[in-house]
Write a protein of this length. Structure first.
Length: 281
């Protein structure tokens, strides 16, 4: 087993600066597929010229995390794939450690790495345990996939534009009696909420709030039905309406817009609308 047995798939959107650090951390013998959620031909030309192991696919528009990753994964020819966020970076031993882990759990569907970041209590608990822990879900910034298992279960649900994609995937994996592992000896750096350049942060923040609410309702409805989902999100809906009026009185436009986007995301999900909202960048 070698580096040639894995393909790395990265989905990006206006991540020109972030993704270079990520690509520089990857062994140049490893095949990389970058799916850029735009029609930025200059970006494609730049990275394919600078890195000889990269194929860049232009999606033409912002398709979201799940759909763009599906495009990349369907082009993979190797047995394994590593989904990686553009604001993540590998250690020199990361890929080799994944291969060592496979030998311990050959039946895996997904292996998640340890997040190299400030630890919370759960992280400290994991670090003190065995190096390979069976879990019910992992964080989506880096997911090592056994593609034969992944294809059996089905690709990402493309109805999600942002948020809950990996939670939904993990739920389906567990329901199909397959296994997910957290490997605490595999370290990957991740900045978090920084997958795009800072120049569009404000507009992306509004988009995140809209899609967080939309995806929350859609996920709950998918597994618990409309009525249960509605009562789960009702406090969030009431809170958003209340805060819209409060911040209007206080003339705080920034906060009012955030809660309006939360309200709009929920209302659209409840009405059965698609996750249509896109940031105007």
């Amino acid at each position: 087993m070698s580096i040639q047995d894995i393909t790395i798939v990265i989905t990006s959107f206006r991540s020109d600066q972030k993704i270079i650090n990520c690509l520089n951390s990857i062994n140049n013998q490893c095949k990389v597929i970058v799916v850029e959620n735009s029609n930025n031909s200059k970006f494609k030309e730049r990275i394919e010229k600078e890195f000889n192991n990269i194929e860049c696919v232009l999606a033409g528009e912002n398709l979201g995390y799940g759909k763009a990753n599906n495009i990349g994964l369907k082009k993979v020819k190797t047995k394994y794939a590593l989904i990686l966020n553009p604001d993540a970076s590998l250690h020199s031993s990361t890929l080799e450690n994944f291969f060592h882990t496979i030998k311990q759990a050959p039946e895996f569907a997904i292996i998640g790495p340890y997040l190299q970041k400030k630890m919370n209590n759960e992280d400290k608990m994991y670090e003190s345990q065995n190096k390979l822990i069976e879990v019910k879900n992992i964080k989506g910034f880096a997911m090592f996939l056994n593609l034969s298992k992944f294809k059996e279960i089905g690709f990402f649900d493309e109805n999600f534009f942002l948020y809950f994609e990996e939670i939904d995937l993990c739920k389906r994996i567990i329901s199909s009696k397959n296994k997910i592992y957290l490997a605490t000896d595999i370290k990957i750096n991740h900045e978090g909420a920084q997958s795009h350049d800072e120049t569009i942060n404000n507009k992306m923040e509004l988009s995140r709030n809209w899609h967080w609410m939309w995806s929350t309702f859609y996920y709950q409805k998918k597994y618990k039905g409309f009525l249960v989902a509605f009562f789960i999100v009702l406090p969030k809906l009431i809170s958003a309406i209340f805060k819209i009026f409060i911040y209007k009185i206080l003339r705080n436009r920034e906060k009012r817009e955030i809660y309006f986007h939360r309200y709009s995301g929920l209302i659209n999900a409840i009405r059965g609308k698609t996750s249509w909202y896109r940031p105007k960048v």
